[in-house]
Design a protein around this ligand. Structure first.
Ligand SMILES: [Fe+2]
Ligand SMILES: [Fe+2]
Length: 291
């Protein structure tokens, strides 16, 4: 398909309201000076799907509790502000995405696990290499594969054919996408995000997350997403739609590490890897609770 055809089809793909207004209500309340559990709980209570997800998450992470957590206040207490904030961002994005992909056959639940797992790990990767961040790297991780959703909606027949070939696990997904559709999910996602005037950081992440060395801005974040994406795939958590196996070795040799650990000592690399391995162990339980 030609670039013009792709662009004109893309114009039909609806925008995702959640991406533009992610931080609204809770963001202000979650500032360090204003951690009032009661107020946070009140806001969460107004959103039934967020409430359900929150309770599921706290009970799956703290599965050893003798009495399951059943109130929002308790859940906020156990999970802490950071996880609540992440949950608040995840919920509307996933719901928007789910609306878009209802028609198309694909292991979507496992795909959300891939996206959320990548988001959580992107944060851990940036923490492990001691770079401070806001929530943007988390959102970047969450939407890195938005191109797959856009592809499923805009080009359902091509998408089905691509995934018929991808499950055979002989070639990488991007290679098959380029051959079948003429564009891969990274570039398609970037075009979509550009069309909807989303922040540059998300556009760069979508476009370059398989080759962070090519990014001309936000290379640090893009590199973190690449590493997180590979780690999640190597653990076989969720389903990215790319069935080629990823080894732990490939994760730790990923090109993104050069960006992340330029002048870091060997000992710090070891610490970073140990921290990430620890997070990966906790991940299956967290993902079960979230999606
Ligand atoms: Fe990808
Ligand atoms: Fe991915």
């Amino acid at each position: 398909m030609s670039a013009e055809e792709i662009q004109s089809q893309l114009a039909r793909c609806p925008s995702l309201p959640s991406l533009g207004s992610i931080n609204h209500a809770l963001q202000g309340l979650l500032q360090p000076e204003q951690r009032y559990t009661a107020q946070i709980a009140e806001i969460i209570r107004r959103d039934p799907s967020l409430t359900a997800r929150l309770l599921r998450l706290v009970n799956s992470v703290y599965y050893g509790l003798t009495t399951p957590v059943s109130t929002i206040e308790e859940a906020v207490f156990y999970l802490g502000i950071r996880q609540i904030r992440q949950l608040v961002m995840v919920t509307p994005v996933i719901e928007d995405f789910q609306r878009l992909t209802r028609q198309c056959h694909f292991p979507w639940r496992e795909f959300w696990q891939h996206c959320i797992g990548t988001a959580l790990l992107t944060r851990e990767v940036t923490n492990a290499v001691q770079s401070s961040g806001d929530e943007s790297e988390y959102v970047a991780g969450l939407v890195h594969d938005v191109g797959k959703i856009v592809m499923a909606w805009t080009f359902p027949d091509h998408f089905a054919e691509i995934h018929r070939q991808a499950v055979q696990a002989t070639r990488s997904l991007t290679e098959i996408e380029t051959e079948v559709l003429g564009i891969d999910h990274g570039e398609l996602g970037a075009l979509y995000l550009e069309r909807h005037h989303l922040p540059e950081i998300l556009i760069k992440t979508a476009r370059f997350h398989h080759q962070p060395e090519k990014a001309d801005a936000y290379r640090h974040i893009v590199a973190s997403v690449q590493v997180a994406d590979l780690l999640i795939r190597s653990e076989k958590l969720g389903c990215s739609g790319d069935y080629l196996e990823v080894t732990r070795e490939q994760c730790f040799n990923a090109s993104g590490w050069k960006e992340l650990l330029t002048d870091t000592q060997e000992v710090e690399r070891t610490i970073a890897r140990a921290a990430l391995s620890h997070t990966l162990q906790l991940m299956p339980k967290m993902l079960e609770g979230l999606v």
